[in-house]
Design a protein around this ligand. Structure first.
Ligand SMILES: Cc1cc2nc3c(=O)[nH]c(=O)nc-3n(C[C@H](O)[C@H](O)[C@H](O)COP(=O)(O)OP(=O)(O)OC[C@H]3O[C@@H](n4cnc5c(N)ncnc54)[C@H](O)[C@@H]3O)c2cc1C
Length: 457
């Protein structure tokens, strides 16, 4: 039987972004329902590497003590990069608080946190399409609930449906500036297993990374505890597809610490490895988290971005409700907040992703193996590193044969810095976005010309 539900805000997706958005809206006293396609038992069970960077700084819509129990390993303080072809292991310190979490418990605690704030959840509810009025304003979503059609109407729809959100396939964003320049090439396909091993691993204080043998992909081993390991791998969808399950199995068989291990959970999914959407708002509509590319494109870390974007989306929706105006202009400050907090940095890091598609993987690994760990850490985590004299001397000695690449990296970094400057000038109104994009795209053209990379956008 079909039905209709009306609320101030509809959130699609009970993941990180959706829970923070819903908690924020509910705490402000507005009515909000979260629609989740999974069952109540399965909601919050998300494919993830479970690594959390900046675990100390989390938005407050769901208070940290309410989720702290899911932080099962807070002793992690460095990355361990295994480069078998160079017979090298790089130990790279990671600044800021790192944690490996029990992602399933984390997901459930987020839902509890949003419920505690007053949000309602509707499970087994699959959103099929977006409902819009004649002006193009989003006024709700069409879903099936337990197989029956159900209409949810709202002043604002928050799209927190994750990577490749189906909502955006069905919405007509018309004359709005909502970013529709999105293709499968902007995503990574990834898979992970949770494995219990008989004895504690020696690297329980590290995030272990390793390039895959058969394609330009990467493997990870993240210790949820000393004996529960999240092991996974992924590849950019521009590359030759990998057989993820078999390739992981093959690597596990080479590692003695996994002998006698037991797989207790398996999941795979796509994740965005692109710059954040230029705009993630349209009249009555805000996208947050993976649904808007809010992921660090070099690490695939998206939990923190989803949490903050979810909270910002909730706050902007509440402001719009209070003002009785849900226009694109009214929702625009959300874009500015995202860019200001982490979007600009992620867009800068995307430059290195693009560079990586154009360089030989073996050369890259050889170069990495020749660099000092602390400088690499800066390069990886600050987003703007200086290739100072120490690094140059060290690389001159150790990386003879890679000088051409180093020069290329240096020039690429200069473009990344210019790009950061451009994102600092992110416009205050939708009307100014076109001119801003023209300037940004000029920088991107210079990047493609310098690196020889195929244009990504
Ligand atoms: C294998 C893998 C490893 C990763 N490792 C890490 C890591 O180590 N650290 C890190 O920070 N990030 C990692 N990420 C990324 C991180 O998981 C995501 O960035 C983050 O979960 C995004 O949160 P979200 O709320 O935007 O989306 P999601 O967590 O994907 O939530 C979206 C929700 O929407 C629901 N949904 C989707 N479509 C519909 C629909 N039509 N109707 C109703 N409900 C719908 C889904 O069921 C889901 O519950 C990884 C991702 C993958 C795939």
């Amino acid at each position: 039987m079909s039905g209709t539900t009306a609320t101030d805000v509809v959130v699609v997706g009970a993941g990180t972004a959706g829970c923070y958005a819903a908690a924020t809206v509910a705490a402000a006293g507005a009515s909000v329902v979260v629609l989740e396609r999974k069952s109540a038992e399965d909601a919050g069970h998300i494919a993830c590497g479970d690594a959390l960077k900046g675990a100390d700084k989390f938005p407050d819509a769901i208070p940290k003590p309410q989720i702290a129990d899911a932080f099962t390993n807070t002793d992690v303080d460095h990355g361990r990069f295994e480069i078998p072809k160079e017979d090298t292991v790089l130990e790279i310190p990671v600044p800021g608080e790192l944690a490996v979490i029990d992602r399933d418990a984390f997901g459930r605690l987020l839902i509890e946190g949003a419920e505690r704030a007053g949000a309602r959840f509707a499970y087994d509810t699959v959103v099929q399409s977006v409902i819009q009025d004649e002006s193009g304003r989003t006024t709700g979503v069409q879903a099936t609930q337990g197989g029956a059609p159900h209409t949810f109407s709202a002043e604002v729809v928050i799209d927190a449906a994750g990577a490749m959100s189906i909502l955006q396939d069905t919405a007509d964003f018309g004359d709005s500036q909502f970013d529709t320049n999105v293709t499968f090439r902007h995503f990574c396909s990834a898979y992970r297993e949770i494995i219990e091993v008989p004895d504690p691993v020696e690297w329980s204080d590290a995030l272990v990374f390793k390039p895959t043998e058969r394609a330009a992909g990467y493997l990870w081993y993240f210790p949820r505890t000393e004996t529960t390991i999240n092991a996974g791998l992924g590849f950019q969808m521009t590359e030759e597809p990998m057989t993820l399950v078999d390739d992981l199995r093959r690597d596990l068989q080479t590692r003695g610490e996994f002998a006698g291990g037991q797989v207790i959970d398996k999941l795979g999914a796509a994740l965005p490895t692109r710059r954040p959407y230029d705009s993630a708002v349209a009249a009555g509509y805000i996208a947050a988290g993976d649904a808007a590319g809010h992921v660090n494109p070099t690490t695939g870390g998206g939990i923190a971005g989803a949490a903050y974007a979810g909270q910002y989306a909730g706050e902007q929706a509440v402001e719009a409700l209070d003002a009785g105006d849900v226009s694109e202009e009214m929702l625009w400050p959300y874009n500015q907040r995202v860019m200001d907090h982490f979007g600009a940095r992620y867009a800068g890091l995307d430059v290195y992703n693009i560079l990586a598609t154009a360089v030989d993987v073996d050369d890259l690994m050889g170069l990495l193996a020749s660099l000092p760990g602390e400088k690499l850490a800066e390069a990886l985590y600050s987003g703007t590193t200086s290739f100072g004299p120490r690094l140059l001397v060290k690389t001159a000695v150790d990386s003879f044969g890679y000088w051409r690449q180093i020069l290329g990296f240096y020039r690429t970094k200069r473009i990344a810095d210019e790009l950061l400057g451009q994102y600092d000038r992110y416009p205050a109104t939708p009307g100014d976005l076109g001119a801003w994009q023209t300037d940004r795209d000029r920088l991107m053209d210079r990047l493609y010309a310098l690196t020889g990379a195929t244009p990504k956008y």
